[in-house]
Write a new protein. Structure first.
Length: 524
């Protein structure tokens, strides 16, 4: 009978310590719940669960990139994101006294979860879109994790983290020339992306939905089309439930990126058909989102009968309140105001426009983004030039442009800084791709030129390529005339030498070389 293998002492110690800590955690949570209620104990229940559930996916990403440092960076980002929920909850209810959308979402979530637990699945909501959907979803969450305001903040913060993670995952898939650590640092640790999507509300939901759609876009633009369509379709649908206009912007950006994607070499002849089909699909999606967006605007109480002008005026009027209002510069209202409008959406308020500590914090981040944009303008230009090689860049550029135009009519700095979290993950893509050296660019240009199909006038239509002969053959692939003549003379001399050697071996009886050739030549 073989002796059983002994378990290493350190493994036994770790297992024992783990069981002891788990038991202590369970006892502590039960004691705290019985003495103080679930509202107090909810963080001690949920935070360890959220971290434990997240670790396998974070480890898997670290293994994909073969980086142990990345694992610690992702864990730190998750912990910091969950910690931001405590800060967000304190600001909403401690600083502003509950004057926040989260208060209504929480109250409605408690009501719906109580009804669900009693077996009554009537929500009492006239629709399940926009604000009502967040109320409904909060009720579903409370039915599972328990009705706790701080627990709700933690869950939505965790949801927002997964949105950021999916944006990061998309960048690693679709940007082979990108700097993943630069992008990870910006996306996971930018204060507004930590703070705003850590509340019960639309920001965390939209960040999560757009992250799914962006990951799907990355797969589509990296030729994993079927899987990408599943992710992108799901993400856009989830985003359209709450904010269809933002989903429409991302759908249009994805279509542009797809049209710029280079087809596979073996499918190059079918590329026009595929792109025509994608345009048809885009038209259908655009029509659907236009109808859905118009309904969304009307439900918000904005008159659409006057066209774009009335919509802009309605948005400005509805957002010009709350203590941080300003006079916007809508791009669609006047193209001359485009520079001011775009700068406002991306960077304002500036420090001299802040009226309180919270506004100053937002202004400092906006200033940081402005400085980053100026210092890395070469990065952005290099990224823009790589849009054909990396169509995800075109996707990010088009979405950022549409977002800046669409939200330039918002007249409240507080609201604008919250909405901006839907823009930043893709805007930061432009500043996360290091500029390439000239030799690399020249090599790529040669590769692209040589890969272009031959035409009667050379390679490609737009680029003449290398000099060609009248037959269309590249002159660099043909020997020069002088070299060709020298080679032919050498071959003739070699043939004559071999013939003379053969004649000497066979002797006079064989006849001359010409006689043998005549004798061996078949009769006509």
């Amino acid at each position: 009978m073989q002796r059983a293998r002994s378990v290493p002492w350190n493994t036994v110690t770790i297992a024992t310590l783990g069981l002891a800590l788990t038991g202590a955690w369970v006892m502590g949570v039960l004691t705290l719940t019985l003495s103080r209620g679930y509202e107090t104990s909810a963080p001690f229940v949920l935070v360890p669960i959220f971290i434990a559930v997240s670790l396998p996916a974070l480890r898997a990403q670290a293994r994909r990139e073969a980086s142990s440092t990345l694992l610690w960076l992702l864990v730190a980002a998750l912990v910091l994101k969950l910690a931001s929920a405590f800060v967000r909850e304190y600001v909403a209810f401690g600083v502003y006294g509950g004057a926040a959308d989260a208060a209504n979402y929480h109250a409605e979530g408690v009501r719906i979860s109580e009804a669900f637990r009693d077996g009554n699945f009537t929500t009492g909501l006239h629709s399940l879109t926009s604000t009502n959907y967040i109320r409904f979803f909060t009720g579903v969450v409370y039915t599972v994790i328990g009705a706790s305001r701080l627990g709700g903040f933690l869950f939505y913060s965790w949801l927002g983290f997964w949105g950021l993670f999916l944006f990061y995952r998309a960048a690693t898939v679709a940007l082979p020339e990108g700097g993943p650590r630069t992008y990870a640092t910006l996306v996971f640790f930018l204060p507004s992306l930590l703070f705003w999507p850590s509340s019960i509300g639309k920001e965390a939901w939209m960040l999560f939905a757009l992250g799914i759609a962006a990951y799907g876009a990355a797969l589509i633009l990296s030729r994993a089309t079927l899987r990408g369509l599943a992710y992108a379709g799901s993400g856009l649908w989830l985003a359209a439930i709450v904010r269809p206009h933002v989903a429409g912007m991302m759908a249009i950006a994805l279509a542009v990126g797809y049209l710029l994607r280079r087809p596979k070499e073996e499918l190059r002849q079918l590329a026009p058909i595929a792109k025509a089909l994608s345009l048809a699909i885009l038209t259908v999606v655009a029509l659907f989102l236009v109808v859905r967006t118009e309904r969304f605007i009307e439900e918000a109480g904005i008159d659409t009968t006057g066209g774009v002008t009335s919509v802009i005026e309605g948005v400005t009027e509805r957002t010009a309140s709350g203590g941080s209002e300003f006079t916007p510069s809508p791009v669609l209202g006047s193209p001359l105001s485009a520079p001011v409008g775009i700068v406002t959406v991306l960077f304002r308020p500036f420090p001299f426009e802040a009226t309180n500590a919270q506004g100053l914090a937002v202004a400092l981040e906006g200033t940081f983004l402005l400085v980053l944009t100026i210092l890395r303008i070469r990065w952005a230009w290099g990224a823009f030039r790589s849009a054909r090689r990396q169509p995800y860049v075109a996707f990010a550029v088009v979405y950022s442009a549409l977002f800046a135009v669409g939200f330039s009519g918002v007249a409240n700095f507080g609201l604008l800084s919250r909405e901006r979290v839907q823009l930043l993950p893709l805007y930061l893509v432009l500043f996360s791709i290091p500029p390439r050296r000239g030799t690399e660019i020249d090599a790529d240009a040669r590769d692209e030129r040589d890969a272009a199909p031959l035409t009667p006038h050379g390679r490609g239509v737009d680029e003449p390529g290398p000099a060609t002969s009248p037959a269309g053959t590249s002159l660099r692939d043909r020997p020069s005339d002088e070299g060709s003549r020298e080679l032919e003379a050498t071959v003739r001399e070699l043939e004559e030498t071999l013939q003379r050697i053969e004649a000497r071996i066979e002797g006079p009886a064989s006849g001359s070389v010409s006689e043998r050739n005549d004798r061996d030549r078949p009769a006509p």
